[in-house]
Design a protein around this ligand. Structure first.
Ligand code: COA
Length: 259
């Protein structure tokens, strides 16, 4: 397995946990961490042994407390734009388009780029102590890693507008009420609980799941008709070994064994 400065990767039973490991900086996303996350996600996407990825932060305090403010404090207009463009391309859009499920296990503060990273994952589970917000306007900037787009998609425009304009942090229960996270569990149980969901996912057809991710994402892509993507991807499934195994197993009254 690859070695990283700011990440720890652990794999078991087809589930890979990627832990962002910069606890003294509350796992803030500096350039190195963003690049390492890209490398790790790219490698896991290609790793046939990996079926589900869980992303979390090290320590009991933070998932990710945002982009590393110390790195961009003196940026120009041009550099600011490039920072957002490059980050969206190699990490945030990249994660969203992964063909394997990516679950964020939000174990504490998920602020700014941290919440944006959690939102780029396919869904989120939070610990009871988690706090989420987009505090960028307190710094004189706006969310630049997809927050103005993905937050309204997840919680609705009005709630997103309020969160972005007020910069307030919401607690885990509020995030669940908003639909921003699917489950809230005690911090000590967060990883096991999330692995439980991952285990259920890992039993299913990975080729079908990849097609489903693409079809769901199609609704959020300009100039794409999601229903058409669904039809195309539905049809494509009929040409897969998983489809033969899944339907055969059902008719033979046994559990499917997907490769
Ligand atoms: N970028 C860079 N460093 C960060 C950071 C960030 N986004 N968030 C936290 N850190 C660093 C702090 O500078 C501090 O480093 P130091 O010990 O070298 O001084 C360390 O992480 C611990 O953070 P600290 O602020 O001391 O912890 P706290 O418990 O007092 O406060 C927060 C926790 C999350 C409320 C606070 O760290 C914070 O507001 N962070 C910035 C959040 C933000 O605006 N993110 C959006 C960025 S776009």
């Amino acid at each position: 397995m690859m070695q990283f400065e700011n990440l720890v990767l652990e794999s078991e039973n087809g589930i890979t946990v990627i832990t962002i490991n910069r606890p003294t900086k509350l796992n803030a996303l500096n350039k190195t961490t963003i690049e390492e996350l890209h490398q790790a996600f790219d490698a896991e996407n290609k790793n046939t042994a990996t079926r589900v990825i869980i992303l979390t932060g090290s320590g009991e305090k933070a998932f990710v407390a945002g982009a590393d403010i110390s790195e961009f404090a003196n940026f120009s207009v041009e550099n600011g734009g490039k920072l957002a463009a490059q980050g969206q391309k190699i990490l945030f859009d990249f994660v969203e388009k992964m063909n394997k499920p990516v679950i964020a296990a939000v174990n504490g503060f998920a602020l700014g780029g941290g919440l944006e990273l959690a939102m780029a994952c396919h869904f989120r589970v939070a610990s009871a102590n988690a706090k989420m917000g987009l505090p960028e306007v307190t710094l004189g900037v706006i969310p630049g890693y997809g927050g103005t787009q993905r937050l309204p998609q997840l919680v609705g425009k009005g709630r997103a507008m309020e969160m972005i304009m007020s910069a307030v942090m919401i607690d885990a229960e509020t995030a669940k009420n908003y639909g921003l996270v699917n489950h809230v569990v005690a911090q000590a149980e967060l990883l096991e609980f999330t692995k439980g969901i991952a285990t259920k996912i890992a039993r299913n057809s990975s080729t079908a799941i990849a097609k489903a991710i693409e079809a769901v994402n199609a609704n959020y892509k300009d100039g794409t008709n999601g229903f058409e993507t669904e039809i195309t991807n539905f049809g494509a499934c009929f040409g897969t070994e998983d489809f033969i195994e899944g339907t055969t197993a059902f008719l033979e009254k046994r559990k499917a064994d997907f490769k």
